[in-house]
Design a protein around this ligand. Sequence first.
Ligand SMILES: [Zn+2]
Length: 102
Amino acid sequence: MTEEKLAKPIKKLIDLRVVIDPPRLTYSWYPLTMEQRAKELESWAQELEEFFRDHRSQDRVSINVEKVIEEVCNLCNSKWEPWVEDGITYCANCGIGIERSN
Ligand SMILES: [Zn+2]
């Protein structure tokens, strides 16, 4: 029996994003649709950019670094997508099997 390398899904940090939350989201926020909320936040973001440019005083804003973690194949590094054929699961990207059924 030869030792062969098998694929498996692993968690990998793939991206970092900086997320800035507005100081407050009031009750007036809740009846808005997602599209209206996007518009509100876009206009808030623009005001914030102007604030950074002008150094005017403004309510406290929190800035968070968000980790984007994705399940990837340990061998080919592609996003983990299992492919099952004849009872054997393979990585859909590199085609290497992960387990065998008897
Ligand atoms: Zn793979």
